[in-house]
Design a protein around this ligand. Structure first.
Ligand SMILES: [Zn+2]
Length: 299
Protein backbone atom coordinates (compact mmCIF):
# COMPACT_ATOMS: atom_id res chain seq x y z
CA UNK A 1 0.00 0.00 0.00
CA UNK A 2 1.13 3.56 -0.62
CA UNK A 3 -0.25 7.05 -0.16
CA UNK A 4 -0.94 9.84 -2.60
CA UNK A 5 -1.50 13.39 -1.47
CA UNK A 6 -3.61 15.13 -4.06
CA UNK A 7 -4.09 18.86 -4.41
CA UNK A 8 -5.85 20.79 -7.13
CA UNK A 9 -6.28 24.42 -8.05
CA UNK A 10 -9.52 25.48 -9.65
CA UNK A 11 -11.09 28.60 -11.09
CA UNK A 12 -14.72 29.42 -11.63
CA UNK A 13 -15.81 29.87 -15.26
CA UNK A 14 -19.18 30.09 -16.98
CA UNK A 15 -20.32 26.95 -18.78
CA UNK A 16 -22.55 28.05 -21.67
CA UNK A 17 -24.09 24.63 -22.26
CA UNK A 18 -25.19 24.19 -18.63
CA UNK A 19 -25.78 27.92 -18.02
CA UNK A 20 -23.91 27.86 -14.74
CA UNK A 21 -20.51 28.57 -13.23
CA UNK A 22 -18.23 25.55 -12.80
CA UNK A 23 -15.14 25.27 -10.60
CA UNK A 24 -12.93 23.95 -13.38
CA UNK A 25 -9.75 22.17 -12.29
CA UNK A 26 -6.74 23.90 -13.87
CA UNK A 27 -3.90 22.24 -12.01
CA UNK A 28 -3.36 18.82 -10.46
CA UNK A 29 -0.43 18.25 -8.16
CA UNK A 30 0.21 15.05 -6.25
CA UNK A 31 2.93 13.42 -4.22
CA UNK A 32 3.34 9.66 -3.90
CA UNK A 33 4.59 8.36 -0.56
CA UNK A 34 5.75 4.95 0.56
CA UNK A 35 4.52 3.32 3.77
CA UNK A 36 6.98 5.35 5.82
CA UNK A 37 5.82 8.58 4.15
CA UNK A 38 8.98 9.07 2.14
CA UNK A 39 8.38 10.83 -1.17
CA UNK A 40 8.80 8.45 -4.11
CA UNK A 41 7.24 10.41 -6.99
CA UNK A 42 5.63 13.71 -7.93
CA UNK A 43 2.80 14.44 -10.38
CA UNK A 44 2.27 17.97 -11.66
CA UNK A 45 0.18 19.11 -14.63
CA UNK A 46 -1.48 22.32 -15.73
CA UNK A 47 -4.77 22.05 -17.56
CA UNK A 48 -6.19 23.98 -20.47
CA UNK A 49 -9.77 25.05 -19.89
CA UNK A 50 -12.36 23.73 -22.31
CA UNK A 51 -14.87 26.48 -21.50
CA UNK A 52 -12.84 29.66 -21.09
CA UNK A 53 -9.88 31.39 -22.72
CA UNK A 54 -9.05 33.34 -19.58
CA UNK A 55 -8.43 32.87 -15.87
CA UNK A 56 -9.64 35.22 -13.13
CA UNK A 57 -7.21 37.76 -11.68
CA UNK A 58 -7.80 36.34 -8.25
CA UNK A 59 -6.85 32.84 -9.44
CA UNK A 60 -3.58 34.06 -10.97
CA UNK A 61 -2.76 36.03 -7.85
CA UNK A 62 -3.38 33.04 -5.60
CA UNK A 63 -1.78 30.27 -7.65
CA UNK A 64 0.68 32.02 -9.97
CA UNK A 65 -0.99 30.33 -12.94
CA UNK A 66 -1.33 32.85 -15.75
CA UNK A 67 -3.62 32.76 -18.77
CA UNK A 68 -0.63 31.76 -20.95
CA UNK A 69 0.25 28.85 -18.64
CA UNK A 70 -3.36 27.66 -18.66
CA UNK A 71 -3.58 27.88 -22.48
CA UNK A 72 -0.35 25.86 -22.71
CA UNK A 73 -1.80 23.05 -20.59
CA UNK A 74 -3.25 19.67 -21.53
CA UNK A 75 -6.96 18.78 -21.59
CA UNK A 76 -8.65 17.83 -18.33
CA UNK A 77 -9.54 14.46 -19.81
CA UNK A 78 -5.87 13.73 -20.63
CA UNK A 79 -4.78 15.00 -17.23
CA UNK A 80 -7.18 12.65 -15.43
CA UNK A 81 -6.05 9.73 -17.56
CA UNK A 82 -2.38 10.44 -16.83
CA UNK A 83 -3.15 10.88 -13.15
CA UNK A 84 -5.10 7.61 -12.92
CA UNK A 85 -2.24 5.71 -14.61
CA UNK A 86 0.30 7.34 -12.33
CA UNK A 87 -1.75 6.58 -9.18
CA UNK A 88 -1.42 2.80 -9.41
CA UNK A 89 -3.29 0.26 -7.29
CA UNK A 90 -3.77 -0.14 -3.55
CA UNK A 91 -3.50 3.60 -2.87
CA UNK A 92 -4.93 5.77 -0.12
CA UNK A 93 -5.68 9.17 -1.63
CA UNK A 94 -5.27 12.06 0.81
CA UNK A 95 -6.51 15.63 0.39
CA UNK A 96 -6.47 18.65 2.68
CA UNK A 97 -10.23 18.96 3.45
CA UNK A 98 -12.91 17.22 1.46
CA UNK A 99 -13.66 20.29 -0.68
CA UNK A 100 -11.49 18.71 -3.39
CA UNK A 101 -14.01 15.85 -3.57
CA UNK A 102 -16.91 18.21 -4.34
CA UNK A 103 -14.81 19.82 -7.06
CA UNK A 104 -13.87 16.43 -8.52
CA UNK A 105 -17.57 15.47 -8.62
CA UNK A 106 -18.46 18.80 -10.26
CA UNK A 107 -15.76 18.38 -12.93
CA UNK A 108 -16.81 14.80 -13.62
CA UNK A 109 -20.40 15.94 -14.07
CA UNK A 110 -19.87 19.01 -16.27
CA UNK A 111 -16.47 18.66 -17.94
CA UNK A 112 -15.35 15.05 -18.12
CA UNK A 113 -17.88 13.24 -20.24
CA UNK A 114 -17.89 9.94 -18.36
CA UNK A 115 -14.23 9.88 -17.35
CA UNK A 116 -13.63 9.64 -13.61
CA UNK A 117 -10.82 10.24 -11.15
CA UNK A 118 -9.53 7.01 -9.65
CA UNK A 119 -10.30 7.21 -5.95
CA UNK A 120 -10.60 4.06 -3.88
CA UNK A 121 -9.50 4.58 -0.31
CA UNK A 122 -9.59 8.15 0.93
CA UNK A 123 -8.50 10.19 3.94
CA UNK A 124 -9.24 13.83 4.81
CA UNK A 125 -5.92 15.10 6.20
CA UNK A 126 -7.52 18.22 7.65
CA UNK A 127 -9.72 16.10 9.94
CA UNK A 128 -6.69 14.07 11.05
CA UNK A 129 -4.47 17.11 11.72
CA UNK A 130 -7.27 18.94 13.57
CA UNK A 131 -7.53 15.89 15.82
CA UNK A 132 -3.77 15.97 16.48
CA UNK A 133 -3.89 19.73 17.18
CA UNK A 134 -6.66 19.18 19.74
CA UNK A 135 -4.59 16.48 21.42
CA UNK A 136 -1.81 19.06 21.75
CA UNK A 137 -4.23 21.48 23.40
CA UNK A 138 -4.91 23.79 20.45
CA UNK A 139 -8.45 24.95 20.00
CA UNK A 140 -9.63 24.52 16.42
CA UNK A 141 -13.34 24.50 15.87
CA UNK A 142 -13.62 25.61 12.27
CA UNK A 143 -11.72 24.39 9.24
CA UNK A 144 -8.09 25.37 9.63
CA UNK A 145 -5.93 26.48 6.69
CA UNK A 146 -3.02 24.21 5.72
CA UNK A 147 -0.37 26.93 6.27
CA UNK A 148 -1.74 27.79 9.71
CA UNK A 149 -1.83 24.15 10.79
CA UNK A 150 1.75 23.64 9.60
CA UNK A 151 3.04 26.66 11.54
CA UNK A 152 1.19 25.52 14.69
CA UNK A 153 2.86 22.12 14.37
CA UNK A 154 6.32 23.59 13.99
CA UNK A 155 6.80 23.29 10.23
CA UNK A 156 7.92 26.51 8.59
CA UNK A 157 6.13 27.26 5.33
CA UNK A 158 8.84 29.62 4.00
CA UNK A 159 10.20 27.02 1.60
CA UNK A 160 6.79 26.23 0.12
CA UNK A 161 4.97 28.09 -2.61
CA UNK A 162 1.56 27.81 -0.92
CA UNK A 163 -1.52 27.52 -3.15
CA UNK A 164 0.34 25.77 -5.90
CA UNK A 165 -0.90 22.22 -6.14
CA UNK A 166 2.54 20.58 -5.96
CA UNK A 167 3.84 22.55 -2.98
CA UNK A 168 0.61 22.20 -1.00
CA UNK A 169 0.96 18.44 -1.49
CA UNK A 170 4.61 18.53 -0.39
CA UNK A 171 3.66 20.48 2.73
CA UNK A 172 0.95 17.92 3.52
CA UNK A 173 3.57 15.20 3.13
CA UNK A 174 5.90 16.96 5.58
CA UNK A 175 3.03 17.33 8.09
CA UNK A 176 2.16 13.68 7.78
CA UNK A 177 5.73 12.45 8.13
CA UNK A 178 6.15 14.46 11.32
CA UNK A 179 2.75 13.84 12.92
CA UNK A 180 1.65 10.40 11.75
CA UNK A 181 -0.21 8.56 14.48
CA UNK A 182 -1.06 5.03 13.46
CA UNK A 183 -4.41 4.23 15.05
CA UNK A 184 -5.98 7.70 14.67
CA UNK A 185 -4.85 7.84 11.05
CA UNK A 186 -6.01 4.36 10.03
CA UNK A 187 -9.45 4.98 11.57
CA UNK A 188 -10.00 7.87 9.17
CA UNK A 189 -9.33 5.91 5.98
CA UNK A 190 -12.66 5.57 4.11
CA UNK A 191 -13.71 3.38 1.22
CA UNK A 192 -15.18 5.62 -1.50
CA UNK A 193 -16.73 2.57 -3.19
CA UNK A 194 -19.07 2.17 -0.23
CA UNK A 195 -22.31 4.03 -1.17
CA UNK A 196 -22.48 5.49 2.35
CA UNK A 197 -19.32 7.49 1.62
CA UNK A 198 -21.05 9.83 -0.84
CA UNK A 199 -24.32 9.88 1.12
CA UNK A 200 -22.34 11.21 4.06
CA UNK A 201 -20.36 13.65 1.90
CA UNK A 202 -23.51 15.25 0.50
CA UNK A 203 -25.58 15.11 3.68
CA UNK A 204 -26.39 18.58 4.97
CA UNK A 205 -27.01 18.79 8.74
CA UNK A 206 -30.24 20.69 9.41
CA UNK A 207 -32.64 21.75 12.14
CA UNK A 208 -36.13 20.21 12.25
CA UNK A 209 -38.77 22.93 11.93
CA UNK A 210 -42.03 20.95 12.39
CA UNK A 211 -42.86 19.92 15.94
CA UNK A 212 -44.86 16.90 14.65
CA UNK A 213 -41.94 15.56 12.62
CA UNK A 214 -41.83 11.77 12.97
CA UNK A 215 -38.14 11.86 13.96
CA UNK A 216 -38.97 13.73 17.18
CA UNK A 217 -39.44 11.77 20.39
CA UNK A 218 -42.51 13.26 22.16
CA UNK A 219 -40.85 12.70 25.55
CA UNK A 220 -38.50 15.56 24.70
CA UNK A 221 -41.56 17.89 24.90
CA UNK A 222 -41.99 17.13 28.60
CA UNK A 223 -40.58 19.59 31.14
CA UNK A 224 -40.49 19.46 34.95
CA UNK A 225 -40.87 22.34 37.41
CA UNK A 226 -37.45 23.50 38.64
CA UNK A 227 -38.94 24.33 42.04
CA UNK A 228 -41.01 21.26 42.96
CA UNK A 229 -40.00 18.84 40.19
CA UNK A 230 -43.58 18.15 39.10
CA UNK A 231 -44.50 17.62 35.46
CA UNK A 232 -45.61 20.96 34.02
CA UNK A 233 -48.49 21.79 31.69
CA UNK A 234 -47.86 23.55 28.40
CA UNK A 235 -49.79 26.84 28.35
CA UNK A 236 -49.14 27.99 24.77
CA UNK A 237 -48.53 26.49 21.34
CA UNK A 238 -44.95 25.72 20.28
CA UNK A 239 -43.49 28.64 18.34
CA UNK A 240 -40.48 28.03 16.04
CA UNK A 241 -37.83 30.75 15.91
CA UNK A 242 -34.07 30.64 15.12
CA UNK A 243 -33.95 26.81 15.15
CA UNK A 244 -35.68 26.57 18.55
CA UNK A 245 -39.25 25.62 19.55
CA UNK A 246 -40.47 27.81 22.43
CA UNK A 247 -43.53 27.44 24.66
CA UNK A 248 -44.73 28.72 28.02
CA UNK A 249 -45.21 26.12 30.72
CA UNK A 250 -46.89 26.30 34.12
CA UNK A 251 -46.52 24.08 37.15
CA UNK A 252 -49.95 22.75 38.29
CA UNK A 253 -48.74 22.50 41.91
CA UNK A 254 -46.81 25.67 42.72
CA UNK A 255 -48.14 27.78 39.83
CA UNK A 256 -44.63 28.82 38.76
CA UNK A 257 -44.24 29.73 35.08
CA UNK A 258 -41.32 28.87 32.81
CA UNK A 259 -40.34 29.38 29.18
CA UNK A 260 -39.16 26.04 27.78
CA UNK A 261 -37.24 25.57 24.57
CA UNK A 262 -36.09 22.60 22.58
CA UNK A 263 -34.13 22.22 19.33
CA UNK A 264 -33.52 19.22 17.07
CA UNK A 265 -30.51 19.07 14.78
CA UNK A 266 -30.35 16.18 12.34
CA UNK A 267 -26.80 15.09 11.49
CA UNK A 268 -25.87 12.10 9.35
CA UNK A 269 -25.32 9.93 12.42
CA UNK A 270 -27.85 11.18 14.94
CA UNK A 271 -30.52 13.63 16.05
CA UNK A 272 -29.04 16.12 18.52
CA UNK A 273 -31.64 17.38 21.02
CA UNK A 274 -30.99 20.48 23.13
CA UNK A 275 -33.34 21.66 25.88
CA UNK A 276 -33.47 24.85 27.96
CA UNK A 277 -35.73 25.97 30.78
CA UNK A 278 -35.84 29.65 31.71
CA UNK A 279 -37.64 32.06 34.01
CA UNK A 280 -40.06 34.17 31.95
CA UNK A 281 -38.45 37.55 31.20
CA UNK A 282 -41.65 39.47 30.56
CA UNK A 283 -42.94 38.89 34.07
CA UNK A 284 -39.74 40.23 35.65
CA UNK A 285 -39.98 43.39 33.57
CA UNK A 286 -43.59 43.84 34.61
CA UNK A 287 -42.42 43.46 38.19
CA UNK A 288 -39.85 46.22 37.73
CA UNK A 289 -42.39 48.48 36.05
CA UNK A 290 -44.86 47.87 38.85
CA UNK A 291 -42.22 48.74 41.40
CA UNK A 292 -41.14 52.02 39.82
CA UNK A 293 -44.66 53.30 39.10
CA UNK A 294 -45.55 56.15 41.44
CA UNK A 295 -48.36 55.38 43.86
CA UNK A 296 -51.44 57.32 42.71
CA UNK A 297 -52.51 59.93 45.21
CA UNK A 298 -56.12 60.34 46.06
CA UNK A 299 -57.61 63.75 46.16
ZN1 LIG B 1 -43.78 23.65 40.79
Amino acid sequence: MHYVILDMEWDSAYHKKYKRFVNQILQIGAVKLDEKFNIVDIFDVTIKSSISKRVSGRFTQLTGITKEMMLGGISLSDAVEQYNNWLGDDTVTITWSNSDLYTIAENEKYLLDGKRFKLDKYLDLQVFIQGELRLLGHECKSQIALGTAAELLGITTDNYDLHTAKDDSLLCAALLKKHYNGAAFDNLIKDTNNPEFYKRLYFKPHFISRINDERIDKNTHVFYCEKCENKMKRATKWRYHNNWFNANFVCPDCGKKFVCRVSYKQTFDKLIVKRRIMEPKVKQQEGIEDAVQPVPTTV
